[in-house]
Each structure stands twice: as structure tokens, then as C-alpha cells.
Design a binder for this molecule. Structure first.
Ligand SMILES: [Zn+2]
Length: 361
């Protein structure tokens, strides 16, 4: 008998999909419903996206600043933080099957350079990122290499799984600095800074201090576990106050999340001699910085933090989420359907929302 169909294989989508693309070399993104659904290569999986987080990087792409203009290929589907369900797998995929709920590491590498081969793939020299160098997740479907897939634990809700990428930045920063039983200054309480507060608390930091120039975010930092939060526009007395509370020495650990040059300088002044600083915030341009006073004479240790460790950070993240100690509900403030993407971006850019998630399913 001639068999005309294979019963084992579930029907998969073909045709067009809804998505947001960078349609021109200028501001905003464009909503489209005529993009061809991508086909996975032999070692790829295709994921039907349920929810996707809007990142600060997406804001740069939306606003089309100098960095975006120099990096982003026009015509690309943007977005890199998401959760969804595997819908189709390539012929050489061995581990995963359609139906599995997953997120994915957004950095891809060929795995062949020095860092990839020595356990540091997050700083590989050939890194490509979803939604930046190749099509991303502000779409009904995304194709990713099998090795980038992260199966999501059933007790982690979609809304949280959609933001594991930035949460990974926060976890990587906190873990690099080793905060257990230490005093910590979180410099900058944007999305990842706020995540760093709850992560540092969950990871056993003794006392957390926070600085920013945004009073509602400073209030939220306290709600998430900071013992003090300081408005950096009100002078530098906060540094004295921190020293008073830390035996006159300064904090053990600085987590620099703002990228603001004044904040970088001030946070190092609040760091004790021999302390540790982990730097995630990206300055918009080169900064003037007193190396002698801030690093050399202090004998402190400085870590540059890029992305998430693949995949150590993802395991740490899952354990922290399952511990029930992370407070993310006040950080993930808004959800919008994909079609309301303009409202979603405006809510994020205006600062009214903190983490904004797009509902795509
Ligand atoms: Zn991101």
C-alpha cells in the first residue's frame, strides 16, 4: 500500500506570519503579516513564540541611534527575549521534540573559537545575536540552533520565562561578584538593576544599597530588598552615608548597571579597598575615570559582564526562580498584544512601564 502521509508527524504551519521588522533606516518598527514562516535547518528548531520581552536594545533599534544604524540590517525581524513552544525540528535534531515549552539563549556562536572551546562562549569572537544579526522573536515563529534551546521548567510562568534573557544578565553580574554575606551597591535601578536587587537578595547579600535618579524606581528597589536607596541628584552625601554604615570602609561589592560616567565614578568611591566591582551598564561614549584612586590604590577586582554564561547562568537562574526568592511581579509591569506594539514601546520608552512584554500567541 502506498503511504501518502506520516501519522507520527504533527501538522506544522506553512505560509505567512505576523511580526515586527526594522523596515527602514530610521525610527520605529513596522508590523507585518506577510513574512514567510521560517523553515528550520537540519540542526535547528522552530519555536512558536508565546511571549517576548522588549529590551533596552530593542529601544535603541526602535529609536535608530548611532549604534543601531551601524549594526542592524534593515529588514530584520527584531526581538531576542522570548518563550514559546517548539513546533518543528530539523532532521538532525536529537534532543527536543515539538510541543516542548522553551526559551533560548540569544547569542549564537560556531563553537570553534578559543573562548567557545574553553567554557566562555558568552564572549566568543564570532557571536551573532537574534533580533540584531539574524531574525528575532517579535514574530509568531523563530528558528534557533538546537544547542541554544532552554527547556522551561513547568512551574515558571510564561511572563517570567519571556524575560530570562535580561534576568540572566542580572544573575551573571551578581554571581560574578560573589555577594553572599556582603554589602552590595546596585548603581542604577533600570530593569536589570532592579532584577539585580532581587537576585542579590536571593543570593544572600547581607545589605543592599541602591542609587538612581528616578524616585519611583528607587522606591521599588527598597520594596525588592534594598535597605537604603539614594537619589544621586541630591549630591554625594550618600557615599558618606554608605561608609558610615559599613565601618567607614565602603561596600564590599558594586554592581554597576547604569553606564552613566558620573555614577561609575561615584560607585567606585563607595567601594571599599579590596572590594569587587562588576560592570554591566554600557557608557554611551568613552568615560574619564580615576584609575589610581578607584582601582589601583584600592586593589579592587573589576569584572566586565557580557551576556550570560552558557549555560551555567541559565541553571542558576532556574534554581533562583524555583527557590521562590525572586520578586519579578513588580518589575514586569505591562503586557500588550503584538498588534499594540506602538503602545508597548511608548509605555517602555516613557518610563511608565518597567519590563514590557508582548503577547504574540
Ligand atoms: Zn535583551
Amino acid at each position: 500500500m502506498l503511504q501518502t502521509e506520516t501519522k507520527d508527524e504533527p501538522a506544522t504551519a506553512t505560509g505567512n506570519m505576523r511580526c515586527l521588522i526594522k523596515h527602514h533606516a530610521g525610527t520605529e518598527l513596522e508590523y507585518r503579516s506577510d513574512r514567510a514562516i521560517p523553515e528550520p535547518g537540519p540542526r535547528d528548531v522552530r519555536i512558536k513564540v508565546s511571549k517576548a520581552g522588549i529590551c533596552g536594545t530593542d529601544r535603541h533599534i526602535w529609536e535608530w541611534d548611532e549604534w543601531a544604524a551601524s549594526r542592524i540590517p534593515v529588514g530584520i525581524v527584531t526581538g531576542h527575549e522570548f518563550v514559546g513552544i517548539i513546533d518543528k525540528v530539523g532532521s538532525a535534531v536529537t534532543k527536543y521534540e515539538p510541543g516542548l515549552r522553551v526559551s533560548a539563549e540569544g547569542h549564537t556562536t560556531k563553537g570553534l573559537d578559543y573562548n567557545s572551546r574553553t567554557g566562555n562562549a558568552h564572549i566568543a569572537t564570532d557571536t551573532k545575536i537574534f533580533g540584531i544579526d539574524r531574525d528575532g522573536c517579535f514574530a509568531e515563529y523563530i528558528v534557533v540552533p538546537e544547542e541554544n534551546v532552554w527547556p522551561v521548567h513547568p512551574s515558571i510562568p510564561d511572563k517570567v520565562a519571556a524575560v530570562m534573557d535580561p534576568l540572566g544578565n542580572a544573575v551573571h553580574t551578581v554571581m560574578a561578584a560573589d555577594v553572599s554575606a556582603k554589602t552590595v551597591l546596585v548603581s542604577g535601578t533600570g530593569i536589570i538593576g532592579l532584577m539585580a536587587v532581587t537576585v542579590a537578595k536571593a543570593a544572600g547579600a547581607s545589605r543592599i544599597f541602591a542609587t538612581d535618579i528616578n524616585p519611583p524606581r528607587l522606591a521599588l528597589a527598597k520594596k525588592l530588598g534594598a535597605v537604603e536607596s539614594y537619589d544621586a541628584r541630591e549630591g554625594t552625601d550618600w557615599i558618606k552615608d554608605i561608609k558610615k554604615q559599613t565601618r567607614g570602609e565602603g561596600v564590599d561589592v558594586v554592581l554597576e548597571m547604569s553606564g552613566a560616567s558620573v555614577a561609575i565614578d561615584q560607585s567606585f568611591r563607595a567601594l571599599r579597598a579590596g572590594g569587587t566591582a562588576a560592570l554591566l551598564g554600557l557608557p554611551a561614549k568613552p568615560v574619564t575615570f580615576d584609575f589610581n584612586e578607584n582601582i589601583i590604590f584600592k586593589g579592587c577586582t573589576v569584572f566586565g559582564i557580557n551576556g550570560r554564561r552558557m549555560f551555567e547562568t541559565w541553571y542558576q537562574m532556574e534554581e533562583l526562580l524555583l527557590s521562590g526568592r525572586l520578586e519579578l511581579n513588580d518589575i514586569i509591569t505591562h503586557e500588550f498584544p503584538l498588534e499594540k506594539y506602538k503602545e508597548a514601546f511608548e509605555t517602555m520608552i516613557s518610563g511608565e512601564g518597567i519590563k514590557v512584554v508582548l503577547d504574540i500567541a
